[in-house]
Every structure is written in structure tokens, then in C-alpha cells.
Design a binder for this molecule. Structure first.
Ligand SMILES: [Zn+2]
Length: 227
């Protein structure tokens, strides 16, 4: 009789343990899934070297990640644009190779002093935005900064190339007019200048710099003057 009760109690204890363990594992499983789901939801957009060009108007996929990001940081929505050198209006600089001249896909900003007189001069963010890349691409590009701007409900990207130094990092916010880099020569390939592009389509490759196909590219000076 005593033995029977002891066995019963032991069985009951085992059963309770099993129930307890099951509860414990369910909670762990639930928590793991929640963390996984949560990570999925707040994923930061990957856009530095994404290869697909998606229309600005369709606002699907990665564009929605930017919608979320800019919604959370409304103070970084772009209100206006300015020149990237010679603050505030490009003073002391000239556009040495305008958009579409020789199939150029951007503007080349040079100091009026010519040669390497502008080497090391500050480059400014042309508007509020989110830095999606600050990296050395070598070759004809050198150090490149890419910034995404949300302006009047549409997305734009500004690209600053051949930099000597970069003072901002990927995945950070910038305000209009803050120094982001200095003018360089892409490790001695060119005379110092800033190659600036403005695009109205995000997620395009860094591209060739020159092409007669200007889809996705805007005339930077025209765009800045208008906005
Ligand atoms: Zn250029």
C-alpha cells in the first residue's frame, strides 16, 4: 500500500515535471518566433548595391522600408536642396562638365582656381536624408557617398564621387548643408573635382557615370535650382 502510494506520487511528480517542461519549451518557442518575426518587421532597407531598379511611383518592396524609416524620422524629410560645394550657392566653384555633355550622367564641380586647388575642400549634403552607402569603390569611382532623400512624397538619391575623405557613415541621418566628405581625385586618376549625380529611381547600380541612356537620372543643377 505504502509502496503503491509512493509509486503513484512519483508518477504524479514525473507528470508535473513533464507538464512544466512542456510549458517551458512552448514559452521558449513562442519567444524565439516573436523575436524572429520582430526582426523581419523592422529590417533596415538594403540599398547600397541593390541591383533592381524599381519605379518610384509603385512604392513596393524596399521603398516601403524607406517609408517606415522616414515615418519614424520625419525631421529628416527634405524641404529644399542646395549645391554640394561653396556653401550656400556654389560660390567659388563652376560646373566643368554639365549633365548630358559627353553623355555625362552628373555634374562635375571644380574650384574656380583650377587644377587641384579644390582638393580637400568640404562637400555638403544637398538636402536632409539617409546615408545608404559610404564606401571605396576604387577604379573610376573612388570613395562614394549615396544619400536617399524623401521630398514632396517622392524619393531621390544624391551621389558624391571621387572623395578624398568621407566623414559620414552608412545607415546614418544627415541634415542639409552638413559636411559629409572632402573633394578628392579618386586616388590620383583625375584632377580634383566632385562628380555629383541626382537620381529619381532608387536601387540602381552605381552605374557607368557616362551613358546616353539617362533613365533614372536628373540634371543635378536644374533640380537643385528648381527645389
Ligand atoms: Zn563626372
Amino acid at each position: 500500500m505504502y509502496l503503491n502510494t509512493a509509486i503513484k506520487n512519483r508518477l504524479l511528480l514525473d507528470k508535473n515535471h513533464t507538464l512544466h517542461d512542456m510549458k517551458k519549451y512552448s514559452i521558449i518557442l513562442f519567444l524565439s518566433f516573436s523575436i524572429f518575426a520582430c526582426q523581419k518587421k523592422v529590417k533596415i532597407p538594403k540599398c547600397s548595391i541593390a541591383s533592381i531598379a524599381i519605379e518610384n511611383s509603385s512604392r513596393k518592396g524596399p521603398y516601403q522600408d524607406f517609408d517606415t524609416l522616414f515615418e519614424m524620422h520625419k525631421e529628416y524629410t527634405a524641404k529644399s536642396f542646395d549645391y554640394p560645394v561653396g556653401k550656400p550657392d556654389g560660390k567659388g566653384y563652376y560646373n566643368a562638365q554639365k549633365f548630358t555633355k559627353n553623355n555625362h550622367l552628373g555634374d562635375d564641380w571644380n574650384g574656380v582656381g583650377g587644377g587641384n586647388s579644390d582638393l580637400g575642400d568640404p562637400i555638403y549634403s544637398i538636402a536632409n536624408g539617409y546615408v545608404t552607402a559610404a564606401e571605396d569603390l576604387d577604379g573610376g569611382w573612388g570613395k562614394v557617398i549615396r544619400i536617399v532623400h524623401l521630398f514632396k512624397g517622392k524619393y531621390y538619391e544624391s551621389i558624391y564621387a571621387h572623395c578624398q575623405t568621407m566623414t559620414v557613415q552608412k545607415d546614418t541621418w544627415v541634415k542639409k548643408g552638413v559636411p559629409i566628405a572632402t573633394i578628392g581625385n579618386a586616388d590620383g586618376i583625375y584632377l580634383a573635382h566632385l562628380h555629383l549625380e541626382i537620381r529619381d529611381t532608387l536601387f540602381m547600380e552605381i552605374g557607368p557615370g557616362y551613358s546616353n541612356d539617362t533613365r533614372g537620372y536628373l540634371d543635378p543643377t536644374l533640380f537643385i535650382n528648381k527645389n
